[in-house]
Design a protein. Structure first.
Length: 331
């Protein structure tokens, strides 16, 4: 399929004035994620503006730990802040029985987006549902927020594998329920974001990235045969070839990946997705054109979805996104 389908990670967000207008009308980011009317509206904004081939549900990977009863706050300019989970009591406090009711507004958002795509004339646009992969979600829960190296999480995985394994199992099972509900609500593709997969040594990568993704994908395929699933094991480096064995249909490439070499490590039956540097999109002009063309040239003839290598940043000029869409469409 050429030109390749395209969408952008974080395509709904602060770089769009129409997003900032909606965001200004809610008390906090979680309120936006759990108000279906507004979440559906911001999901559709980038589709109306750019006509991307996919809409991604507007929510956040940290909605799932929040739904399990773990605290979550988004502080202005600080990112997410969560209670630090460091002991058995923290794992025992997670309550999978709470998830279905807590995520009901997210499912309503999915239904509204599915209906909106049809009524607004975007019936060819795929609706992507998503979740954080268990390891990345565990990272935020153990650290209590973002971190440069997720040192406490990695130390816990080595020092108390039983406890960390119990946390991972709880998250894995909850992720299956959460993603399955999104499909029931109308999601046509699923994406698993493992943004911090690359901080793990290979042994732990197999245990905490590959194994849970395999379990999630197998369970989802039993319930929803044929559902396409995209994995994003960010910064996985040479481990990316192993990730294909999870059964994913597509693998998101982060910006550091050489697409030609990654392509050689991944079977042609698995599509690649990526991997324009979000900063090339900020820069625009010749740099953006050259980077885009290099990606397209490397991926021509291979199953491929054009995307960024990580999420779009707030300082991105909306005009640069329009220029990118035009360039990819003209490939
Ligand atoms: O891609 C999309 O447009 C769909 C929505 C989406 C958001 N976050 C919206 C969001 C998706 C798929 C995510 C995934 C997500 N969230 C990841 C995985 C991908 C990645 O970026 O690595 C991670 C690690 C998170 C956790 C998270 N959420 C952080 C660290 C932050 C703060 C940093 C920031 O950009 O503000 C968020 C907040 C967040 N999630 C915003 C948006 C639009 C900004 C909040 C706001 O508008 O105030």
């Amino acid at each position: 399929m050429w030109p390749p389908p395209m969408w952008l990670m974080r395509q709904a967000g602060r770089y769009l004035p129409e997003y900032r207008a909606i965001r200004a009308g809610v008390t906090d980011f979680i309120a936006l994620c759990t108000t279906p009317e507004k979440a559906a509206e911001v999901t559709l904004q980038p589709i109306r503006r750019y006509g991307f081939d996919a809409a991604i549900l507007f929510s956040d990977i940290l909605v799932l730990p929040w739904a399990l009863g773990h605290g979550l706050e988004f502080k202005e300019g600080e990112g997410p802040v969560l209670p630090k989970l460091r002991d058995a009591a923290g794992v025992d406090a997670l309550n999978p029985a709470k998830v279905a009711a807590a995520v009901a507004p997210v499912m309503e958002t999915v239904r509204r987006v599915a209906a909106g795509l049809t009524t607004e004339g975007f019936s060819q646009t795929a609706l992507i549902g998503f979740a954080g992969a268990p390891f990345t979600v565990a990272c935020y829960m153990v650290e209590g927020g973002g971190s440069r190296d997720f040192a406490a999480t990695r130390a816990m995985a080595y020092a108390d594998p039983a406890l960390f394994g119990r946390l991972m199992d709880t998250l894995t099972e909850a992720t299956i329920v959460y993603l399955s509900a999104q499909v029931d609500a109308g999601a046509e593709v699923l994406m698993l974001f493992d943004s911090w997969a690359g901080v793990l040594a290979p042994g732990l990568f197999r245990t905490h990235v590959i194994a849970p993704a395999t379990r999630i994908i197998n369970a989802l395929r039993q319930r929803h045969p044929g559902i396409p699933i995209i994995g994003f094991p960010r910064l996985a480096g040479l481990m990316v070839g192993d990730y294909a064995a999870t059964g994913v249909n597509a693998i998101g490439m982060d910006t550091s990946m050489d697409l030609t070499r990654a392509s050689g490590a991944i079977p042609a039956s698995v599509a690649l997705q990526g991997n324009l540097d979000p900063m090339a999109l900020v820069a625009g002009g010749v740099a953006l054109a050259n980077e885009t063309d290099a990606i397209l040239a490397a991926m021509r003839g291979r199953p491929f979805i054009f995307n960024l290598g990580h999420g779009i940043v707030p300082q991105t000029p909306p005009d640069h996104v329009a220029a990118l869409v035009e360039r990819v469409r003209g490939a």
